[in-house]
Ligand binder design. Sequence first.
Ligand code: ADP
Length: 387
Amino acid sequence: MNPANQKLEKEITDRKQAEEALREREEFFRHLVEGVRDYAIFMLDPEGRIASWNAGAQRIKGYRAEEIIGQHFSRFYPPEDVASGKPEQELKTTVAEGRYEEEGWRVRKDGTWFWANVVITPVRDETGQLRGFAKVTRDITERRWAEEALRRANDRLKETNAELESFTYTISHDLRAPLRAMQGFADALQEDYADRLDPTGRDYTRRIAAAARRMDTLIQDLLSYSRLSRADLQLETVALASVTEEARAQLEADLRNRKAQVTVDEPLPAVKGHAATLVQIVANLMANAIKFVAPEVTPQVKIWAQEQKGWVRLCVKDNGIGIAPEHRERIFRVFERLHGADVYPGTGIGLAIVRKGMERMGGRAGVESEVGQGSQFWIELPKAEER
Ligand code: ADP
């Protein structure tokens, strides 16, 4: 054989081998696709007629290959979509944009509908000529129902919450009127009838008045908690220095009575928050810091701020009785108190307001403490640029 012939022969064998390898690869992918059961994967010709079918397509849509090949793919669409020309439009978009994806209703052979995720891609030959489309369809009906159920449950929860909050609000309001009457008449008894009552009678009236006052505080605290849950808090730049100053001013009388020493480490940065809510929160923490201190001890409160990664943590540290580890979370819930009102008066709502207020401002609150070693309460908010 002359060299030219030899070369030709080699070229022919190489080409045959390459074609064989290509055929084997195609065969391999065809088998792979045919066996997939979770996805309907099939080909359309350029006019939208079905050209191939896999196990997933049969499982999801209900047709066997021999029933469906050659049919137009619009039969998978609900009648309104067919009428409006949606299937053809999808193919046009696929050609124009190189890909089409959507979620929508599709129809099975037995007429039932399923919610589908659909991806269509154009298939072209080496010259760029459109040969057809590859279509991958997934049945995501269950996911859709689950999402819908979740959405409905969420809506119901929001409704119940709103109802509950408005219920607390109304009831607290309505409770105050009869309470005022009790308080007023108990005071009147004490003032106008004191000489006609014996010491026991006077003691009883005093107790009625005191209990009524306590209940009034409780209702007022509940009202502020409920107001905080409902209010729309507009966040703005707030200087922590003025917040602590205002909280301190609000507690002026208590601080003086307890001879408390409050030191603030200046300067304090500014945060993104709601000024009035922050004042209430810091005042609650300061009030606790001077209240939960052994009677013979002079309260010492230290306030400072530390910054980390765009967040500001404001700490309020006391030299009080401290909190055991098992109670450190529950004290932030409404009505949770660790002591009787006779030892340390209070309503158990102060820290619930702290936690709720911080959450409403997108921040956090917490405590570090050891029994007998004092407590360090902290709140955290994003740092703001000083105005
Ligand atoms: P209140 O102060 O009205 O009792 P709070 O919600 O402010 O209600 O606090 C809940 C409980 O947490 C308090 O009753 C107290 O037992 C505990 N507590 C709060 N602050 C401190 C503190 N600084 N030191 C020790 N215990 C505290």
